[in-house]
Write a protein that binds this ligand. Structure first.
Ligand SMILES: [Zn+2]
Length: 46
């Protein structure tokens, strides 16, 4: 469930349903389940 602690400066999208992650996608629709992808922005300012 929890994504790996990988750092990226690119935009990352995660599926609400299956948790599929994609980078730099032009379509906010999951190709796996057809769910909605959300833009997750991880900040290292914690
Ligand atoms: Zn999905």
């Amino acid at each position: 469930m929890r994504p790996s602690a990988t750092t990226t400066e690119r935009e990352l999208y995660e599926c609400f349903d299956c948790g599929q992650r994609r980078q730099s996608t032009t379509d906010r629709t999951c190709e796996e389940c057809g769910g909605t992808l959300r833009n997750i922005h991880r900040s290292r300012d914690l």
